[in-house]
Design a protein around this ligand. Structure first.
Ligand SMILES: *Cc1c(COP(=O)(O)O)cnc(C)c1O
Length: 417
């Protein structure tokens, strides 16, 4: 076979690592073209919530493709998007009443940042400073890299990234330092907005902090009139144990970004939800004040139909009970994990567990990560460690037997580390 022209995401082709060819997927299982099988332990990069090829979502996609495939979404509208927007407003934290569509987590965050800046400009008090939480990740475009952690993965682009104010991560025991830094920055820097991942920083290393801290950070921003942007692209749709992470803190952000599990993971779609204050700042008879953003595939009808099916599943099936059961099974497996001292930092939030395997360097490019990836791949598992951080973020349909298989392999891997 000739060499593939595909240039893969986050892949160093020079290492010659195997890139399995997958034919189909069902539930938590991936079926390879050569007959091998893998358990999808990370929900195909955090997007698949209920399971692969969920029948109700698949049916909705089939029904919609025969009716309306794509429509310009500036000045025209369609029923799947109208229904979805209404349903999202119903379940979102109170006060988020406007829904702007885009197609990925990165664009949802770009839209959030542009909304925040537009809000301040249209109020006649232009502000440009953005505050971020240390170790955050919000996407791979120039704007979202600017508000994310700087490192080897964006070093080539750093001269183009805009400057932000970084608030220290609320490490357990040092939360007050975070709150104080946020308060001082809000007071002195006239920030437009504070953008963060609520309760769990995913790509930053599966770092967890408490709902109390989230609530307090939200209160500080409210006190200073700084817009609070919750990036729930990964935490949304049950991962942390509640539908949205913000629900656990009982807070309403000014802007909230959703993507990944919005369609159950079946199709790309994203939304940025905003309060009336932000919408109204753009509402005018003056065209120059409109919100200047669009992608060609904004609110694609088939993707919206998939999302509507996902929301119907949430309404009609005991999804949160499944999430609770998965969380309990995960807790039990994590507690049993021994690893003979080579495993540290065991932690869990909702359906997600994470831990570190002992390693000399521990950064993203440490050779341990890829070695572990290959080790798991050979054992029928799709697990992709972040450096030496191994995490398990499965679809909610995963079985106890499949979890046993995963944790046995992690135990074995700890012996190699
Ligand atoms: C994955 C992720 C993004 C980016 O989403 P894409 O769809 O990959 O662009 C943004 N924010 C968070 C918290 C994420 O986990």
């Amino acid at each position: 076979m000739s060499r593939s022209p595909v240039w893969h995401a986050f892949t160093q082709h020079g290492l010659g690592e195997e890139i399995p060819l997958i034919d189909r997927a069902e539930g938590a299982t991936l079926y390879g073209a050569d007959g091998r099988q893998w358990i999808d332990c990370i929900s195909s990069w955090w997007v698949i919530t209920h399971g692969h090829c969920e029948p109700r979502i698949q049916q909705a996609i089939r029904d919609q493709t025969g009716k309306l495939d794509q429509l310009i979404f500036a000045g025209w509208t369609h029923e799947p998007a109208e229904t979805l927007a209404r349903s999202l407003v119903e379940i979102a934290p109170a006060g988020l009443e406007h829904v702007f569509f885009s197609d990925s987590g990165s664009t949802a965050v770009e839209v959030a940042l542009k909304m925040a800046l537009g809000y301040w400009l249209n109020r006649g008090e232009p502000r440009h400073r953005i505050l971020v939480l240390e170790h955050g990740y919000h996407g791979d475009t120039i704007g979202t890299m600017s508000v994310g952690e700087r490192g080897v993965y964006n070093r080539a682009y750093q001269p183009l990234l805009f400057d932000v104010g970084t608030i220290p991560f609320p490490t357990a025991g040092a939360e007050q330092a975070t709150l104080d830094a946020l308060d001082v920055a809000c007071r002195n820097e006239q920030p437009a907005a504070f953008v963060l991942e609520p309760l769990l920083l995913g790509a930053g290393g599966m770092l967890i902090y408490s709902p109390a801290v989230l609530r307090e950070m939200r209160a500080i921003c409210a006190r200073h009139g700084v817009l609070f942007i919750a990036d729930e692209v990964m935490t949304g749709w049950g991962r942390t144990g509640t539908r949205f992470a913000c629900d656990q803190a009982g807070i309403s952000p000014d802007i909230m970004c959703l993507s990944k599990g919005l369609t159950g993971g079946a199709l790309p779609l994203a939304v940025t939800l905003a309060t009336p204050a932000i919408f109204d700042a753009h509402y005018s008879a003056d065209r120059a004040r409109m919100f200047f953003h669009s992608s060609s595939y904004t609110a694609n009808p088939v993707a919206c139909a998939a999302a509507n099916a996902n929301l119907a599943i949430w309404r009609e099936e005991p999804v949160l009970e499944r999430v609770e059961q998965l969380a309990a099974m995960q807790a039990e497996r994590l507690a049993r994990l021994d690893g003979r001292g080579r495993i540290s930092g065991k932690r869990q939030i909702g359906t997600i567990t994470a831990m570190e395997l002992a390693d000399a360097t521990g950064n993203y490019l440490s050779t341990l990560g890829p070695r572990l990836g290959a080790f798991f791949r050979d054992r029928g598992l799709l697990l992709r460690p972040l450096g030496n951080t191994v995490y398990v973020m499965p679809p909610y349909c995963i079985t106890a037997g499949e979890l046993d298989w995963i944790y046995d392999a992690i135990e074995e891997a700890a012996g190699l580390a």
